[in-house]
Design a protein around this ligand. Structure first.
Ligand SMILES: NC(=O)c1ccc[n+]([C@@H]2O[C@H](COP(=O)([O-])OP(=O)(O)OC[C@H]3O[C@@H](n4cnc5c(N)ncnc54)[C@H](O)[C@@H]3O)[C@@H](O)[C@H]2O)c1
Ligand SMILES: O=C(O)C[C@H](O)C(=O)O
Length: 350
């Protein structure tokens, strides 16, 4: 993990790029500013300020731990409505650069969010056996709405990564909240679908007998295209599509009432958050799949490949050629997606 998070150049080069991002004017011709600049929290390292909302949960705890290990993070704000002090105390003992602060309950939400560069939201209830993600809507819609109202007020320029389910509705809710507040920037709101990619890489590698690190499967709008080029039998394609689409249910059933994916989700979330931070410091060719405001299809939101950069999303890529099997899956996915998006938009309009 350490090796992965440090990829894209030597740590000193990355620190210089962070400083250039945070203090573009001052950095001109002044490389010593890094030592004196206030981008460094007292006793900590230079980097970005990141808030995680929902830190005491199954995802929130390992996600907080992994973000504390990320060398691009200088300040880590941990927020939850319960049990924040324990998680904060525990994580704060890790001897990595980021300075950790805990925030408990709605009265501390604004302090948790003020001046953040990136906000990650895993707050909300997970599904249990027999539930769909949409069954979580009634509770999680309100949670995401409130948290996004706080973001609009306290850090309207932050990049926002939404993990809380149903993502297909919670991202449109967030967009509506930001529109109402006059702060909406579609380049900065990203639904986290990275777990689909992580699963797809793993399952495809299993079938092909490859190392998952050599596989990169873009998962778009709920279905997969394959890279590197390879071919599957129709049975293999059907098996893989179903396994990737039902990966969440596979974990919910294995956990037998104890919730849904948490550890793989935390891993996927930190991979995605790290990509957002890499984009912010100006790394090139940071391309990931995510559920975003989109014109790729007729739907207002869609998961597809995007290029991340200094402003968040720099480019949303078109789908490219799809075969008949993928076209059928895409049409089915779009119907469900349209309903989920509309549900989120109407909720936020109330
Ligand atoms: N996007 C994805 O691919 C993906 C994958 C897995 C899980 N999820 C979703 O992530 C969410 C969290 O899952 P989990 O397993 O960590 O659940 P969890 O119940 O273990 O943790 C949720 C945390 O959210 C906190 N919380 C509740 N209301 C809050 C509020 N108003 N403000 C701040 N925090 C609040 C809770 O106190 C708890 O600590 C669920 O909605 C789940 O469906 C998404
Ligand atoms: O399946 C769930 O409810 C959680 C998450 O969306 C997942 O895909 O694991």
């Amino acid at each position: 993990m350490e090796q992965q998070l440090n990829r894209g150049g030597d740590v000193n080069q990355r620190i210089a790029r962070i400083s250039a991002y945070l203090y573009p004017k001052q950095m001109e011709g002044n490389s010593t500013l890094l030592e004196r600049g206030n981008c460094r929290a007292k006793g900590g390292s230079p980097g970005f300020k990141v808030a995680i909302l929902g830190v005491a949960g199954g995802i929130g705890q390992p996600l907080s731990m992994l973000m504390k290990m990320n060398p691009l993070v200088s300040v880590l704000h941990l927020y939850d409505v319960a049990n924040t002090p324990g998680v904060t105390s525990d994580i704060s003992h890790m001897d990595t650069g980021a300075v950790v602060r805990g925030f408990l309950g709605p009265q501390q939400l604004e302090n948790a969010l003020t001046r953040m560069d990136l906000v990650i939201i895993p707050a909300g209830v997970p599904r249990k056996l027999g539930m769909t993600r949409d069954d979580l809507f009634n509770i999680n819609a309100g949670i995401v709405k409130t948290l996004c109202e706080g973001i609009a007020k306290c850090c309207p320029k932050a990049i926002v990564n939404v993990i809380s389910n149903p993502v297909n509705s919670t991202v449109p809710i967030a967009a509506e909240v930001f529109k109402k507040a006059g702060t909406y920037d579609p380049k900065r709101l990203l639904g986290v679908t990275m777990l689909d990619v992580v699963r797809a890489n793993t399952f495809v590698a299993e079938v092909l007998g490859l190392d998952p690190r050599e596989v990169d499967v873009p998962v778009v709008g709920g279905h997969a295209g394959i890279n590197p080029p390879c071919s599957f039998t129709s049975e293999e394609a059907a098996f893989l599509t179903s396994r990737i689409q039902n990966g969440g249910t596979e974990v919910v059933e294995a956990k037998a009432g104890a919730g849904s994916a948490t550890l793989s989700m935390a891993y996927a979330a930190v991979k995605f958050a790290d990509a957002c931070l890499q984009g912010l410091i100006g790394d090139v060719n940071v391309i990931r799949c995510t559920f975003v405001d989109s014109v790729v299809t007729e739907l207002p939101f869609f998961a597809s490949k995007v290029r991340l950069g200094r402003n968040g999303i720099e480019e949303v890529y078109a789908l490219g050629p799809v075969n008949e099997f993928e076209r059928t899956g895409l049409e089915m996915a779009k119907k469900e997606l349209a309903a989920s998006i509309e549900k989120g938009v109407s909720f936020a309009a109330k």
